[in-house]
Design a protein around this ligand. Sequence first.
Ligand code: AMP
Ligand code: ZN
Length: 114
Amino acid sequence: MSECLFCKIVAKEIPAEIVHETGRTLAFRDINPQAPTHVLVVPKQHHADAAALAKADDGLADDVLKTAHDVAVQEGVAEEGYRIVFNTGPGAGQTVFHVHAHVLGGRSLTWPPG
Ligand code: AMP
Ligand code: ZN
């Protein structure tokens, strides 16, 4: 996916502040943070959204979730509580179509989401 922004970050063609990396996942800080901790976790393999990731059926969704939790621990927000968000589809606010988990924490998170 040569035109995909997050594929380019995975390929290290575009710089990002990488905070965690495994064989199959990469985590980097969101460029427009909505909370003191706002990290994006992506599978290195391109899947457009959470629905496509779920269908990958090879444990990759598992890896993304585990990395999201590891990032929360590393960022020191796991105990106080944090939020993992997959905006899925334009109607939900998805703007980058390479699946990513937002890991948000470090402030009081309201519900409905805010
Ligand atoms: P979404 O709207 O759920 O698709 O989330 C896309 C996220 O990617 C937004 O929170 C953006 O701030 C973030 N973003 C866009 N470009 C970059 C970039 N170059 N590096 C890091 N985060 C980015
Ligand atoms: Zn991609």
